[in-house]
Design a protein around this ligand. Structure first.
Ligand SMILES: [Zn+2]
Ligand SMILES: [Zn+2]
Length: 167
């Protein structure tokens, strides 16, 4: 039943397969349709998986989530869908270091991460800390930054303290 190539006309009016879809995914799908984007089953499933799992999914996580839904998309296909969503400012792509690139719905409440290079702890950071930077980039560079979901690398306070006692 899950087959490639359904267009949005065919999808509209189909009772979707039982699972309740989050309002975030519904909102995104509606807005993409409004922009004239074609919503295939694959695209829809990727959006729903990202929204259902709260984000921070690597491609292999998404692949696993889709397989569990009976949709075995290969990773290059998932990657292409993610790049399409990234270009449309729906999804952010963030390198968290250690070969871990994660994808996340941008949504309303933005946040960023502080990644410790020593213990690899990941700390969530408030988006408002970047408002001054955004303002300066607009003002001084005439640049409209897109800071969706960033990772800053450094040393956490525990590791700094541990390193200090060793010197
Ligand atoms: Zn995050
Ligand atoms: Zn650390």
């Amino acid at each position: 039943m899950l087959k490639a190539g359904y267009d949005r006309g065919q999808l509209d009016g189909i009772e979707w397969t039982g699972k309740r879809v989050s309002s975030e995914a519904e909102h995104v799908l509606a807005s993409l349709r409004q922009q004239g984007e074609r919503i295939t089953i694959q695209r829809r499933e990727v959006i729903e998986a990202l929204s259902r799992d709260g984000g921070h999914l690597a491609i292999d996580d998404l692949h696993g989530a889709l397989v569990r839904r009976g949709l075995d998309l290969n990773e290059p296909t998932i990657y292409r869908i993610l790049q399409w969503l990234k270009d449309l400012c729906v999804v952010s792509q963030t390198d968290l270091g250690g070969n871990r690139v994660v994808y996340q719905m941008i949504g309303e409440s933005r946040h960023h991460h502080l990644v410790c290079l020593n213990c690899h702890r990941v700390i969530e950071m408030d988006d408002r800390l970047l408002d001054d930077l955004r303002a300066r980039l607009r003002q001084d560079y005439g640049f409209e930054p897109r800071i969706d979901h960033m990772a800053f690398f450094g040393l956490c306070s525990d590791c700094q303290a541990a390193l200090e006692t060793h010197t």
